[in-house]
Design a binder for this molecule. Structure first.
Ligand code: NIG
Ligand code: FE
Length: 396
């Protein structure tokens, strides 16, 4: 049966072209006033001058995509927030067996069903704040059985939430204490084919940083992952510059993430590649670290996606309004750049055709209560989301 649904918008803001949008093009936005978005069978059929409508909106933008989260996880690490506020560093806490190791101990003890239930709740909160697509990662299993359990949870989650999800295998997230590192990397490598064949993930990721995994240790792993058909993501140069960004570009990563500590050479290499930089200013905020050089990246021509890094340790944040606030304030991104980064570029990184209000794009949309886009990051605590549509279906 054909279904048609029309939204009358006082204002429509959308990226102007498919992602990834790079450099100066991130300033390009299309704006329509007093127009109707015509949706047929979940797909945008037309944007026309206002005639008649089923719903009236102040502002409509594409649905947001969060390009980097650590769902599924359980528990909180608020004690570490306190320890960091009194001078301990993220890495000291990790080395002492806390941090990722602590969350891993909780995840190992959680059943698959519990992981799915908790994740479902997280995803609902994202949706209520305008997020239609989310990248989810393993990385708290840290052994074969529990990494696979996390990936299965992500797969099962797809059946119980309406959102567009992608799964990433992050077995190389921390160095387990009870097994030699070469052996551990080999064990994780041995899972890659199985993961691909059973559609347990679309991508792999690794925490490539000092005292975690160095470029030399993981290059073969990443190339092998690519050869079995997985895309590459990388936690790159977040705490220290270890050459992770250059490695990401070398192995053809879809995105290098964080890149807080990159220098001019890295910026040059990244900007002259197809790799996108996924930035998560909430992590800098929570860790008290520096912010990524977003302006230099954009000036050099790089494409930027945004994400929350939602996890229990370095960024317990799921609200895109707060991430946008930090992006405008500390990454010094322009509102137009933020909109491109959070929609069409993040959708590209997560792996979906979305993020554009244009004919033949899925009707993944947010209807906002304000007609002023800047209100959203400015009053980040206020939830301006009125409705969220995924493939034309109202999900919030
Ligand atoms: O993106 N850096 C590594 N991974 C996460 C933190 C995960 C955690 O601390 O639990 C990050 O910051
Ligand atoms: Fe992360």
């Amino acid at each position: 049966m054909n279904s048609m649904f029309v939204i009358h918008a006082e204002r429509i803001l959308t990226p102007s072209s498919p992602g990834p949008v790079r450099g100066n093009n991130m300033m390009k936005i299309s704006e329509f006033f007093d127009s109707d978005i015509v949706i047929e069978d979940g797909v945008i059929a037309d944007i026309r001058k206002h005639k008649s409508a089923d719903v009236k909106a102040n502002l409509v933008t594409p649905g947001l995509f969060d390009a980097h989260t650590h769902i599924p996880f359980v528990g909180s690490r608020s004690k570490e927030f306190y320890m960091r506020s009194r001078g301990k560093t993220y890495m000291e806490i990790l080395q002492a067996g806390g941090g990722i190791h602590y969350t891993s101990s909780l995840v190992k003890n959680a059943s698959l069903e519990v992981l799915v239930e908790i994740s479902k709740d997280f995803v609902r909160k994202f949706t209520e704040h305008g997020v239609v697509g989310i990248e989810c990662k393993s990385g708290y299993g840290l052994d074969k059985e529990n990494e696979i359990k996390q990936l299965k949870a992500i797969k099962l989650l797809r059946d119980v939430v309406p959102n567009k999800l992608s799964g990433t295998f992050l077995g190389l997230h921390a160095r387990p204490k009870n097994i030699p590192i070469d052996e551990y990397i080999d064990e994780m490598k041995a899972l890659l084919k199985y993961i691909k064949e059973n559609s347990l993930a679309e991508s792999v990721d690794a925490f490539c940083d000092k005292d975690v995994f160095l470029p030399d240790e993981i290059e073969d792993f990443l190339l092998y992952a690519k050869s079995v058909g997985l895309k590459i993501r990388l936690h790159a140069d977040e705490i220290e510059n270890v050459g992770a960004t250059k490695l990401g570009v070398k192995v053809g990563a879809v995105s290098v993430d964080h890149v807080l500590k990159i220098g001019s050479e890295d910026i040059y290499v990244l900007s002259n590649s197809d790799t996108v930089a996924t930035l998560m200013p909430s992590t800098s905020f929570y860790l008290g670290e520096s912010y990524a050089p977003a302006r230099d990246l954009i000036s050099a021509g790089a494409g930027i996606a945004l994400g929350s890094d939602f996890n229990p340790g370095s960024s317990p944040i799921y609200m895109p309004s707060f991430v946008m606030h930090l992006a405008i304030r500390f990454l010094r991104m322009e509102p137009e750049e933020v909109l491109n980064a959070y929609t069409v570029n993040s959708a590209y990184v997560v792996g979906y055709k979305s993020g554009l209000i244009a004919p033949n794009y899925p009707a993944d949309l947010v209807i906002w209560k304000t007609s002023e886009f800047l209100d959203i990051p400015y009053m980040w605590q206020e939830n301006f989301v009125e409705h969220v549509l995924i493939n034309g279906r109202m999900v919030a």
